[in-house]
Design a protein around this ligand. Structure first.
Ligand SMILES: Cc1cc2nc3c(=O)[nH]c(=O)nc-3n(C[C@H](O)[C@H](O)[C@H](O)COP(=O)(O)OP(=O)(O)OC[C@H]3O[C@@H](n4cnc5c(N)ncnc54)[C@H](O)[C@@H]3O)c2cc1C
Length: 321
């Protein structure tokens, strides 16, 4: 385990924790400790952490609300930077909504609704930070956040900031160029449209109601585990393959929505990974389709084949464990 030198720690205004269990920061409630865990209170904090990680060849991993992450039981080496509420200011300028990356989508959608700005209703109920949402190009009901992004401001290794337009970001199905860039999203500008707040509310409530009916929202999960193959729903394939209720340890394929794996108590990342492997195998055997992960698996499990899966989703900004 490593520590921040006093010269850096004393200048950071945000929360700094050592050996912090990452299960406290993922919606799956799974994940071992981070050597150094920081919730920055300002962009200057982020720049200091990037400078420290670069100078000391420490891996640095950025997380948002941890709602699309499977973190290794062994935790993460180096620095984990959680872009959270302390970097979550939101303002409206005419029909633009400008949010710092840590703002939760729930708050952003409520602010948009109150201001009579429509276009974000689809996102109601996605438990993301807006920085994580643009990185993943989160979406639902046929709309994705990339459809309403005007620009995104990122910070690079050197602490420099630049604004990228939506056209620069290569938005696709649950993907964006941000997933391949070594940069921290610090601010997002959305272009919305003036609409009747009551109409926005009606639509939002309908989307939320549908979520409650179809998704196991009372158990810890990371939403859909697999991407939908072209023209198919991953959940339907998993259900038809007979995997509903399949279990490894406390990791269970939801009986309500087969593309959700719930943590029924004390599930480990290794349990979820084994279950993922079983689901992939039975879907491949039955339909000849290879399911691709939507969740990002990060960290090193210490077991060969698990690590092959683990590294596909990681986004270390400086070095790698
Ligand atoms: C109950 C439930 C329902 C869900 N429903 C949906 C849904 O309808 N549609 C959908 O698309 N997803 C859904 N999800 C999945 C998840 O909410 C989204 O993928 C979301 O976009 C993740 O955002 P986050 O802030 O939690 O990011 P995290 O999970 O913390 O991180 C995701 C990725 O983004 C990167 N990242 C996060 N923040 C930043 C940043 N500031 N700068 C650079 N990189 C960053 C991380 O490194 C990681 O690679 C659901 C999840 C749950 C638990």
């Amino acid at each position: 385990m490593s520590y921040l030198p006093r010269s850096i720690a004393s200048r950071i205004k945000g929360k700094v924790l050592y050996n912090e269990p990452l299960r406290n920061h993922t919606t799956w409630r799974i994940g071992g400790p981070a050597d150094i865990f920081v919730e920055p209170a300002s962009r200057k904090d982020i720049a200091l952490l990037l400078e420290f990680a670069m100078a000391n060849e420490q891996p640095l991993t950025v997380i948002g609300n941890g709602s699309n992450l499977l973190v290794s039981d062994n935790g993460l080496k180096g620095v984990v930077v959680k872009i959270g509420d302390a970097l979550g200011r939101v303002r409206i300028v005419e029909e633009k909504l400008i949010a710092e990356a840590g703002a939760k989508l729930g708050r952003v959608t409520a602010i948009a609704q109150a201001a009579g700005l429509g276009g974000l209703e689809f996102a109601v109920g996605i438990p993301a930070s807006i920085g994580g949402a643009v990185t993943m190009n989160a979406g639902a009901n046929g709309v994705s956040i990339g459809d309403v992004v005007d620009s995104v401001t990122v910070m690079d290794h050197q602490g420099g900031q630049r604004m990228l337009s939506a056209a620069d970001l290569d938005f696709g199905y649950r993907t964006s160029r941000l997933q391949r860039m070594e940069a921290v999203v610090v601010e997002v500008e959305l272009r919305l449209a003036a609409r009747d707040p009551l109409e926005i509310r009606r639509r939002s409530e309908e989307y939320l109601r549908r979520r409650r009916v179809t998704q196991p929202l009372d158990s810890p999960s990371a939403g859909s585990v697999f991407k939908n193959p072209p023209g198919e729903a991953a959940g339907r394939l998993i259900e038809l393959a007979g995997a509903k209720g399949m279990r490894v340890g406390d990791a269970v394929v939801s009986t309500k929505h087969a593309n959700f794996i719930i943590n029924a108590g004390n599930a480990k990342a290794a349990d979820v990974l084994l279950l993922i492997d079983k689901i992939r195998t039975i879907v491949r055997d039955k339909f000849g389709i290879d399911l691709e992960l939507e969740v990002k698996v990060i960290g090193n499990s210490g077991a060969g084949w698990l690590d092959a899966i683990c590294h596909q989703g990681s986004k270390p900004l400086a070095g790698s464990d």
